[in-house]
Design a protein around this ligand. Structure first.
Ligand SMILES: [Zn+2]
Length: 123
């Protein structure tokens, strides 16, 4: 399935989650419908720790419509860490990173190899 973009409402909700969890990290699994990223599931356990959530793909819900992930970097560094890259390679095609202040431009999208990719925001 070719992904055409992300629904603005979904993006806005992810930003709101990032803001509400700050200074903690959140991790979510992104899901598509008809080629548009429309929904997400928060990964279990990611919102209860003060430490970096880290990634444990085993905890992620299996879903054929999962297209990637979203998570936050409370430090504000909008680029994947080495651990992120290892995780990206195991799951999905598109990976979003959010950072404070979680405004409209405070996120980036990456391919699984860490290459920045532009993702269209669809109203
Ligand atoms: Zn990260």
């Amino acid at each position: 399935m070719e992904i055409r973009g992300i629904r603005k409402e979904c993006l806005d909700t992810l930003r709101a989650v990032g803001k509400s969890q700050y200074p903690r990290e959140f991790v979510a699994v992104l899901r598509e419908r008809d080629g548009i990223i429309e929904e997400f599931d928060l990964a279990p356990g990611t919102v209860v720790t003060e430490q970096s959530a880290g990634f444990s793909p085993e905890m992620m819900p299996l879903d054929v419509h999962a297209v990637g992930s979203a998570h936050s970097h409370p430090s504000g560094a909008l680029r994947p860490s080495d651990a992120d890259l290892r995780f990206f390679g195991r799951m999905g095609k598109y990976h979003l990173i959010f950072g404070p202040p979680y405004g409209e431009g405070d996120w980036r999208a990456f391919r699984r190899d860490g290459t920045p990719v532009s993702l269209e925001v669809i109203e």
